[in-house]
Design a protein around this ligand. Structure first.
Ligand code: NAI
Length: 471
């Protein structure tokens, strides 16, 4: 039986930071170290001003305040913290590969591999290593091979413990998870390691909500969960296109089908398309795995979810250009929102980036307001998306002249030809839309990519209002 006194988590990102903060909060007798190679990120986690934490999540500040310095520590001392811990979580990033074999599809596991090699070198006596990052099925085998080869043949236990939190609600999801999933070897040592991790979560999660499985099932469950979730969004978005052609209303359809208990009401909101660092990356990873295991029909099936999402983003941008008399060149388009969803400052794969790019290609002047995203981040996102487009000779000075970022919404909207709502921030609903209408050019277009405003009110105010899936 293992007694875990110290945990170290490699990777202080959107997952490692909040997850470990909650473990530390709920298990005051366990010391929790969160380490990262990025010193700026660690400095921000240690900032005495809790508004400077590197991640914005409702409720995160309070958890960090309670545990930090007591049994929660953020540090760049990766080696010392690995040595000290009996259990090590790997929560590093696993982006889509941008080079070589599997480029644009497979997960890039180089950070995971580096972490495994480092653990083996520093802790040759053997530890429990927990995969927290989302990984392709059978990665635990590769990790074990590396650990045992580098670690002089010592025994390591590798567990899979995928994270199901959603950004924007990370702390409530961690406090009240639908379930915890732990996969491991089914022999005596494997079961003992599983039990050690069960004991940690059992501090606050009812035992019947902690699911234990074999390793491969756990790894593949995470990819499957994200594929199913994204598929629901692509499915309702596909219907939204048909609604716009036929006069049906996608929200009424979502309500009607969601009342069927077999379908259920959640995750049926039509929008400009899903974003975030996970859905697209994990589905492409799944598609790559299916091709690798020679299952092309299965691969094509799941790839359709990503294609439909790309189509939805494109359809939205095209509708803006078409409505503005087939060109947005020199026109002021105001963006409300840049984050990939509300209540987060994360912009990875945000639909806003792709919509902006299509409008910039047509030489629009885009004015952006987002309550939580920093100006530098928006420029980084756009520079990145242009750098990925081989047809575009990219001149950063053009970007600087076409993009304006505002700290305040009304200025962003002043004299705009059109407003595009890209994120469903609650505050957008509370704006004085009458006042906004008087200050815009006419016809005053609003393209509501999140269906958050009341269509009939907006039309009454005089807007040319376009929701998603509103025929
Ligand atoms: P992130 O990019 O925010 O954080 C990863 C951190 O790991 C970075 O701060 C990076 O500097 C650090 N890192 C990389 N290599 C390192 C090394 N060798 N030593 C020390 N630190 C290192 O990524 P995020 O969003 O936290 O995702 C982590 C994993 O969790 C990914 O596999 C992702 O798919 C998965 N995941 C993410 C969710 C999300 O909502 N963001 C939800 C569920 C799973």
């Amino acid at each position: 039986k293992h007694t875990i006194k110290t945990i170290t988590c490699i990777g202080a990102g959107y997952v490692g930071g909040p997850t470990m903060a909650v473990i530390a909060q709920k298990c005051p007798e366990i010391k929790v170290n969160v380490v990262d190679i990025n010193p700026q990120r660690i400095a921000e986690w240690n900032d005495t001003d809790l508004d400077k934490l590197p991640i914005y999540e409702p409720g995160l500040k309070e958890v960090v305040k309670e545990a930090r310095g007591r049994n929660l520590f953020f540090s760049t001392e990766v080696e010392a913290c690995i040595r000290e811990a009996e259990m090590i979580f790997i929560s590093v990033n696993t982006p889509t590969k941008t080079y070589g074999v599997g480029k644009g599809m497979a997960a890039d596991l180089k950070y995971v591999e580096l972490s495994a090699r480092q653990i083996a070198r520093i802790a040759p006596e053997g530890k429990i290593v927990v995969e927290k990052s989302t990984l392709p099925v059978r990665t635990a085998q590769s990790i074990k091979t590396i650990l045992e080869a580098e670690g002089n043949g010592n025994k390591f236990q590798v567990l899979s413990n995928p994270e199901f939190l959603a950004e924007g609600t990370a702390i409530t999801d961690l406090h009240n998870p639908d379930r915890i999933l732990i996969g491991g070897d089914q022999d005596e040592d494997g079961l003992a390691a599983i039990q050690a991790l069960v004991d940690i979560y059992a501090h606050w999660v009812p035992r019947e909500q902690i699911i234990t499985t074999r390793l491969w099932s756990s790894e593949l469950s995470k990819l499957t969960a994200n594929a199913f979730l994204a598929q629901r969004i692509s499915s309702i978005n596909a219907i939204s296109a048909l609604c716009e052609r036929t006069g049906a209303d996608v929200d009424e359809i979502a309500h009607a089908i969601g009342a069927d208990t077999r379908i259920g009401p959640k995750f049926l909101r039509s929008s400009v398309g899903f974003g975030g660092s996970c859905f697209q990356k994990d589905i492409l990873n799944l598609v790559y795995l299916c091709r690798h295991f020679n299952l092309p029909e299965v691969a094509d099936y799941w790839e359709g979810v990503v294609k439909m999402n790309d189509y939805q983003k494109h359809r939205f941008a095209k509708q803006i250009i078409d409505s503005l008399f087939n060109t947005v060149s020199g026109k002021k388009i105001a963006f409300l929102g840049w984050a990939f969803k509300k209540d987060t400052n994360d912009t990875r794969e945000s639909a806003a980036i792709y919509v902006a790019k299509e409008l910039l290609d047509d030489l629009a002047e885009i004015h952006i307001y987002d309550p939580k995203v920093k100006k530098e981040q928006i420029f980084r996102d756009l520079e990145y998306v242009y750098s990925q487009d081989p047809t575009q000779s990219f001149d950063p000075s053009v970007l600087q002249s076409l993009i304006t970022i505002h700290e305040e919404p009304y200025q962003a909207l002043e004299n705009a030809h059109a407003i595009a709502i890209l994120t469903e921030w609650d505050e957008f609903k509370t704006y004085d839309w009458q006042k906004i209408h008087t200050r815009m050019l006419k016809p005053a277009f609003v393209f509501d990519g999140r269906n958050i405003l009341d269509a009939s009110e907006m039309k009454k105010t005089g807007f040319e209002y376009r929701g998603i899936g509103k025929g």
